[in-house]
Write a protein that binds this ligand. Structure first.
Ligand code: CA
Length: 227
């Protein structure tokens, strides 16, 4: 563990509150009060994730986010933006700048830590792979294992599972799955999702793991370790 989280925030009380919550969650907190200090901290030792306040004196957090995305060394560095309530247009701009998630102030540190964990896990899924229980996805090799046994999946079932493993414990509607897994620009009926979900479950059933992909009544599907 001990992920290093860089907190870029000009308000010291918020920085301290977040740092306290991170240490309690077994993570290391690094402080920066402005973009200049953040640049130095990042070039010194890149953190595992940046918590970036939107409103900073001088250069804004959004500008730093864009800068980090442009630099090949930090292009995949996970960023969670801290925004003030009601800055919806700003949030859209944040996603354009390639941020991974945002948290609206005032926030609960519990929620913040949960978001940090989710983003870190997603980043890990995309870079090399991640395990949930005995199920493991190796994204570099494009392979899925249960223990030592490899499971054969079709291309869509692989993409579905890859998405779910990076977004575990959250329910997604069929429309959201079409957007995230198939891509928003294609026209495909929502029923198609059900077809691929049942193929994925079939492949997992061989290993007794069909319960991992759960139907959420009235919503859609979720990957969860909890029965
Ligand atoms: Ca601020």
């Amino acid at each position: 563990m001990h992920e290093r989280i860089l907190i870029v925030e000009d308000e010291a009380p918020i920085r301290d509150m977040v740092a306290f919550a991170l240490r309690k969650a077994d993570m290391e907190a690094i402080h920066a009060a402005d973009v200049e200090a953040a640049r130095i901290a990042i070039s010194d030792t890149p953190p595992d994730l940046v918590l970036l306040d939107w409103m900073l004196p001088g250069t804004s957090g959004l500008e730093l986010a864009r800068e980090l995305r442009r630099d090949t060394r930090t292009t995949r560095l996970p960023i969670i933006m801290l925004t003030a309530r009601g800055e919806e247009t700003d949030r859209v701009g944040g996603f354009d700048a390639g941020i991974d998630d945002y948290v609206v102030k005032p926030f609960s540190t519990r929620e913040l830590v949960a978001r940090i964990r989710a983003v870190l896990r997603r980043a890990q899924v995309d870079s090399d792979g991640v395990a949930i229980g005995v199920l493991r996805i190796d994204h570099t090799a494009h392979r899925v294992y249960v223990g030592d046994a490899q499971i054969e999946l079709g291309p869509m079932e692989y993409r579905l599972l890859h998405f779910f493993m990076g977004h575990a414990e959250r329910a997604y509607t069929r429309a959201q799955l079409l957007d995230h897994v198939w891509g928003g620009n294609v026209y495909i009926e929502e029923r198609t999702v059900d077809v691929h979900i049942s193929r994925l479950r079939e492949a997992l059933r061989t290993h007794g793991l069909e319960g991992l992909i759960q139907t959420v009544r009235g919503t859609g599907y979720r990957l969860s370790e909890a029965p």
